[in-house]
Design a protein around this ligand. Structure first.
Ligand code: UT7
Length: 331
């Protein structure tokens, strides 16, 4: 019997309609389009404005897009993983609600949170389930409603983040296509540099924590930037070396869209031409868990069966890593 690998067989996406441009941000905080564009590469982001809707809405819409495009019967899905750092609510997994919303009534579901690396770790989890033969249809959705934890008076964070979701389906492959290798790491000494200080178990929300803005994202951008540049690039170089891949062999880099300068630095370390580097940060900003599946969806028409793709991320925690896979279909 040939070896089973885990391949992506379908993708889908959803971004909210409302566009928050750099020009609008200029009216909210002391910033300007030139600064944001040159320091981050971001021009606009999408924001979910409707009251009563959260991350589950984004995730379910992305999954519905995948289901429609691929003609998938949602009853065949066995596991739904929602990779997210902004779940709907405490004590009830967002993925469970999403699975019900999309009609995945035969699936079990749970959330996976590793900040901006959530989707990458979700790929690791999903592919292990498929490779083991335990499940045959695993849906991984990267979804984040970052606007729910952003202070639109804090120019250090509000210019970066956006809302969105991307979904991928993993199925068994016997042609040798799909996930080949992963290099995943974490370091808890990094959590002080990127966090939402209150609202969790260490400092539950009170009137005081809200008055002190501790329910919003805090980021020491410079420190996170330095860690991100060196660790994401290292992870990519390691995965190339381990798999005897040269820059010529690699067709695509799908890197977490946190800052164009971080992505460019990673591509430079890999000696990759810009045409091989997937990029959509200018349209969506940093959508945390959604950046990589949004890239895969947006580049689906360009991806060819057999293309060698490197996924890479760095995020809060700190968490980071890279995954090497081959694309399994022509769209
Ligand atoms: O996805 C999870 C992981 N997150 C990341 O990977 C994000 C990593 N960090 C970054 O992307 C960058 O650090 C930022 C985009 C957040 C900031 O860029 P930076 O080049 O590191 O800027 P900085 O914080 O060092 O600030 C440089 C200057 C400062 O002014 P002075 O002290 O030099 O006079 C800031 O006050 O730019 C100022 N500044 C701004 N100016 C206009 C900071 N934010 C803004 C702003 N508009 N929005």
């Amino acid at each position: 019997m040939s070896k089973i690998s885990a391949a992506i067989t379908a993708v889908g996406k959803y971004v909210p309609e409302y566009v928050l441009t750099n020009q609008i941000l200029e009216t909210l905080v002391d910033t300007n389009d030139e600064w944001i564009t040159s320091r981050t590469g971001i021009k606009e982001r999408r924001i979910l404005k409707e009251k009563g809707k959260g991350t589950s809405f984004l995730a379910a819409e992305a999954a519905k897009d995948l289901i429609k495009k691929s003609n998938l019967d949602p009853k065949e899905i066995e596991l739904v993983i929602v990779a997210t750092a902004t779940r709907d609510m405490q004590a009830s997994a967002t993925a469970v609600f999403v699975a019900s919303q999309i009609g995945a009534t035969n699936a079990f579901a749970y959330d996976l949170d590793a900040a901006c690396s959530s989707f990458l770790y979700g790929v690791s989890t999903a592919s292990s389930f498929i490779e083991s033969g335990r499940y045959k249809k695993v849906l991984v959705i990267g979804a984040d409603m970052n606007s729910s934890m952003i202070n639109y008076k804090d120019r250090a964070t509000c210019i970066i983040f956006g809302d969105g979701a991307g979904a991928v389906l993993f199925e068994p492959n016997t042609e040798g296509l799909g996930v080949h290798d992963e290099y995943l790491r974490s370091d808890g000494t990094g959590r002080e540099f990127l966090q939402v200080p209150a609202g969790g178990s260490i400092e539950p929300a009170t009137i005081e924590t809200v008055k002190e803005n501790k329910h919003y994202v805090y980021q020491d951008g410079k420190t996170v930037f330095k860690w991100a540049v060196s660790n994401m690039a290292d992870a990519c170089v390691k995965i190339l070396e381990r798999n005897n891949l040269t820059n010529d062999d690699v067709n695509w880099l799908a890197a977490h869209q946190a800052n164009k300068r971080i992505i460019d630095a990673t591509a430079n370390r890999m000696n990759l031409n810009a045409e091989k580097v997937m990029m959509n940060i200018e349209k969506y900003g940093n959508t945390t868990s959604a950046t990589i599946p949004l890239l895969l969806n947006d580049y689906e028409s360009k991806l060819k069966k057999g293309d060698k793709v490197i996924l890479a991320a760095f995020g809060g925690g700190f968490t980071w890593g890279s995954i090497y896979l081959t694309w399994a279909y022509n769209s």
